[in-house]
Each structure stands twice: as C-alpha cells, then as structure tokens.
Design a protein around this ligand. Structure first.
Ligand SMILES: Nc1ncnc2c1ncn2[C@@H]1O[C@H](COP(=O)(O)OP(=O)(O)OP(=O)(O)O)[C@@H](O)[C@H]1O
Ligand SMILES: [Mg+2]
Length: 322
C-alpha cells in the first residue's frame, strides 16, 4: 500500500461475537495522521474509541482493514508506539520508578543504569511524583498517581507514536493542567505524533491540531474531522479569548448533543436502503470542517468559499435499488 500519511488507517472494521449475535462496533473507519500531528478523537461511550486505539497499538487485531505506520503494517505491539491505557496497567510487583525504568531500558537498551534512572526520574517528577512516591508499588498509590506513572512511562520511552486513552480522566484539575502543559511542551519540542481519546472538549481544543468526531455505535464511523485553527503556542488561560475558541467548542458540543445520534440514524437508513457499497461509502465519507476559520470569515463579512455546512447530511448523489 502506498504511504500517504505517517499513520494510515484504511477501512478498519471490528466485529465481536456476543451472546446476542454479532456486534459490529465499526465497519469502515478510515483516517490518517501526519508526522508531528496531534489528533484527538471524541465520541459517546461505547462507540469504539478504545477499540480503535488498541488496534493502532497492535494489541488487538481488526476484523477488516489495515493500519500502516511509516509504511509498515502494524501487526502486534512495538516500542515505537507508547500507550497510556484507560485503566492504567502497571506491573504490580515493581515500584513506580521501576515501572518507568522497565520501559526506558527496553526502549534504550544501550543506556547505562544511571542514565536510565535519571531519565525515568525526570519524567516521574514531571508528573509530580516525588518525595518517596516514586518508590512505592502501585497498590500503595492512588488511582490518579498510578495514572501518572503510566503517563511518565509512555512519555519517557519517546515513541514514534503516542496513543493516549483518556489519560487525564482520573487526575485532579491542577495535576491535569500541569500535565497538559508538559504535553504541549513536549509536542512543541519534539514534534511528537499523538492520537488521544478524550471526553473533554476543552482539553481537545487546547491540545489538538485536529479532532475526529465519531457517530454513536454500533456501526460507528468517523463523521467529521474538525480542524483546530488556533495558533500555537496555546495557553489554557488565554485560549478561551481566541475568536475561534467558542465556534469550535459549540461545533463539538452540538455534535455530541445531537449530530452523533442523527448521523447514526441516517447511516442506518442508508444501510437499510440497500445502496451499493460505493453509494454508502460516499454517503458516509468524513466531512472536513474548520469552525474557527468559518467564524473569522463571517466576522469579516464574507462566507468562506466552499465552506462545508456541518449540519448538511452527507452527500447522497446516486441511489439505485441494488
Ligand atoms: N471483547 C469484547 N467483546 C464484546 N464486545 C466488546 C468487547 N470489547 C469491546 N466491546 C464492545 O465494543 C464497543 C466499543 O467499546 P470501546 O471500549 O471501544 O468503547 P469506547 O468508545 O472506548 O467507550 P468509552 O468512552 O466508554 O471508553 C462497546 O459496545 C463494547 O461493549
Ligand atoms: Mg474507551
């Protein structure tokens, strides 16, 4: 397959056999990530976000479709992809420091013991684990502290692709803010490529270059790719004053409140109508939107040429009876 993006996800499908029959979580998810891009994905609970992330990590295999990273098919886990799971997964018999060191040693096998330690401590301190907490085992840490160890481990291994599944969900607002700032700093310095799941629209706007919006499942899909055209560097205290902030925020909230369900109902109708695969694919192709640019253009007194109407249903040009 010709490489188009650093990460290419094509026609990804995932089906599970359940006691109530086959569950199609999604059957045609396609998108790409460029090198250095920060992409967030948002969608209602159960639509399949973690399932996609696990496939990208190589920890789960898809029922159909392909994932390519840097031109190579993803099959199985790799140290080139660092993951922070929704439910932090640490080695329970190792201390926080030892958990991070374990990842760093595997990633940089040539490093001396002292370099591994120094590097691991730097990341543990970054997430606020110090004063003895770094030597405690996971069972002696709070949920938020465990999540911070898991974040430190993923960041410290400096993978080509960082996969984050609601990484800050268990953290208090202050710690969350500090780690978001660190993540912004790391991304600015290293051009880290990140794919992140979040339920927090403000967090997505602060961090992402692009936000993918998923319809409700089953048969979920990526319906929109929302560009976050707010200049960097971004600062949590001032970003809300950017003219593009609320147009993007409103767009995301509208999607979660109504369009995710409306589009999912419409997709069901398109599938039930028995159209060809091509017609279905066209009807369900993701729409690219840039609410901030649209708002700026409107404020300047003109409509952007070809600005897509996000409320318009996906295009349906041809219908046949197949
Ligand atoms: N092993 C499995 N067997 C059967 N169904 C599964 C399995 N794993 C996940 N599912 C189902 O797949 C769907 C998608 O799950 P997934 O965990 O990807 O959702 P999610 O979007 O990450 O949700 P949340 O926001 O709650 O984390 C859900 O309906 C879930 O019940
Ligand atoms: Mg999930």
């Amino acid at each position: 397959m010709a490489e188009q993006h650093f990460l290419d996800i094509t026609h990804l499908a995932k089906r599970f056999d359940t006691e109530h029959g086959e569950l199609t979580v999604f059957d045609d998810v396609s998108f790409g990530l460029d090198k250095g891009e920060f992409v967030c994905i948002i969608g209602h609970s159960g639509c399949g976000k973690s399932t996609i992330l696990n496939v990208l990590a190589g920890l789960d295999s898809p029922s159909g479709g392909e994932v390519y990273m840097a031109g190579k098919e993803v099959r199985g886990p790799s140290l080139e992809r660092g993951v922070v799971f929704q439910n932090y997964s640490l080695l329970p018999w190792r201390s926080a420091l030892s958990n991070v060191e374990f990842g760093v040693r595997a990633r940089f096998p040539g490093w001396s013991k002292s370099r591994v330690r120094e590097h691991s401590l730097q990341y543990l301190h970054m997430v606020g684990l110090k004063d003895g907490a770094e030597h405690r085992k996971p069972s002696a840490l709070s949920g938020g502290m465990r999540q911070r160890v898991s974040i430190a481990r993923a960041f410290a291994t400096q993978p080509q692709l960082l996969l984050l599944d609601e990484p800050f969900g268990a953290l208090d607002a202050l710690t969350r803010g500090t780690i978001q700032d660190e993540l912004l700093k790391i991304c600015a310095e290293t051009h880290q490529t990140v794919f992140m799941i979040t339920h927090d629209v403000d967090e997505a706007i602060l961090l992402a270059d692009r936000i993918l919006l998923m319809t409700n499942g089953p048969h979920a899909r990526v319906a929109e790719s929302v560009k976050v055209s707010i200049e960097r560097p971004r600062d949590r205290t001032t970003i809300v004053h950017d003219a593009g902030y609320y147009p993007i925020r409103t767009h995301l909230v509208d999607f979660l409140v109504s369009r995710s369900r409306e589009l999912s109902d419409r997709d069901d109708a398109v599938r039930d109508a028995g159209h060809t695969r091509e017609v279905q694919a066209e009807a369900m192709a993701p729409v690219e939107v840039d609410p901030a640019a649209d708002a700026r253009a409107e404020a300047a007194g003109f409509a952007r040429p070809h600005a897509p109407d996000p409320h318009a249903p996906p295009p349906l040009k041809a219908v046949n009876g197949n």
